[in-house]
Design a protein around this ligand. Structure first.
Ligand code: CP
Length: 315
């Protein structure tokens, strides 16, 4: 089930079909092969200019998009918001219009405001890629997560049909959770969300997920457990008594990990709060694919840049 790619921007996963997601994942598989060659560079984006416009902190996503663009032979500019004219009151719209006046071909935006990339896409002629907007979506993370699961648990039709995936932690404020849920459910996985009721309200069931507030129910029988960080920077008020209580009720400990199937994958998008979402030994243990997620993110981001570059003027 592959689909011709004709989108101009990548703003979210909610609007992507299963066929479009599989097209991206299949392209990423090809680019992962490029990353294993001695010469890891291809000329696909030669002459193109990619601007990493990160107005919020990042390690993995920013460096991965930068490296992806370099591997495709693009010119890359890392915009430093802290020393930019945004600090003098210039608007995001004016900033992007100026970057486009310098012939930017891609704007990769991370922003604390949900919907900021969609706003840019209303006027930008360049390709806009959402690198994480507030608590809304983080499409490249969602794609690298399903890519990693698909590598370990392949199905003949490229989907994730019947796989049981539990997402545990702060769901309410997590853009990763939303992108993961859209991608996983599109590909046929059975998704369980787990955390305190303040962070995992029942209305998430409307996204096609099961909701539980008991971690044992999320661990038993799971093929994948994906632990998410508490997004304290996005929570306006305390959503649980303290971090120690959260860890004691919802953290993955050695004792709780005994409930996992031996081939269950342990995932985390990073950054990890060791000892909160999961114990260090488990983050670094043999069921963990956390660093594989990072490796796969590079291939996924190469695929995103490559497919957008070749796209006709779609949405
Ligand atoms: N997973 C992720 O988005 O990490 P960064 O915030 O470091 O980019």
């Amino acid at each position: 089930m592959t689909t011709t790619w004709n989108r101009h921007h990548l703003l979210d996963l909610q609007s992507l079909s299963a066929g479009e997601i599989i097209t991206l994942l299949d392209a990423a598989r090809e680019f992962k092969g490029v990353g294993q060659r001695e010469i890891k560079k291809v000329p696909a984006l030669r002459g193109k200019t990619v601007i990493n416009l990160f107005v919020e902190n990042s390690t993995r996503t920013r460096i991965s998009f930068e490296l992806a663009a370099l591997r495709l032979s693009a010119d890359v500019i890392n915009f430093d918001a802290n020393v930019s004219s945004l600090k003098k009151g210039e608007t995001l719209k004016d900033t992007v219009r100026n970057l486009e006046a310098l012939n930017a071909d891609f704007i990769i935006l991370r922003h604390s405001a949900s919907g900021a990339p969609h706003f840019l896409a209303r006027f930008a002629r360049s390709h806009v890629i959402n690198a994480g907007d507030g608590s809304h979506e983080h499409p490249s993370q969602g794609l690298l997560d399903v890519f990693t699961i698909r590598e370990h648990k392949p199905r003949p039709d490229g989907t994730l049909k019947g796989l049981k995936v539990s997402i545990i932690g702060d769901i309410l404020f997590s853009r990763v959770a939303r992108s993961d849920i859209w991608a996983l459910t599109r590909l046929g996985a059975e998704v369980t969300l787990c955390g305190p009721s303040t962070l995992v309200p029942a209305h998430f069931e409307r996204m096609g997920c099961r909701v539980t507030h008991r971690i044992e129910e999320a661990l038993d029988g799971a093929d994948v457990v994906n632990f998410l960080r508490i997004q304290q920077e996005r929570q306006g008020s305390a959503m649980f008594p303290n971090i120690g209580e959260f860890a004691s009720l919802f953290g993955l400990t050695q004792s709780r990990a005994k409930r996992l199937k031996p081939d269950c994958l342990i995932m985390h998008p990073g950054p990890i709060n060791r000892g909160v979402e999961l114990e260090s030994e488990l983050a670094d243990g043999n069921q963990s694919v956390i660093l594989e997620q990072v490796t796969n993110g590079l291939a996924v981001r190469m695929a995103i840049l490559y497919l957008l570059n070749g796209a006709a003027n779609g949405s």
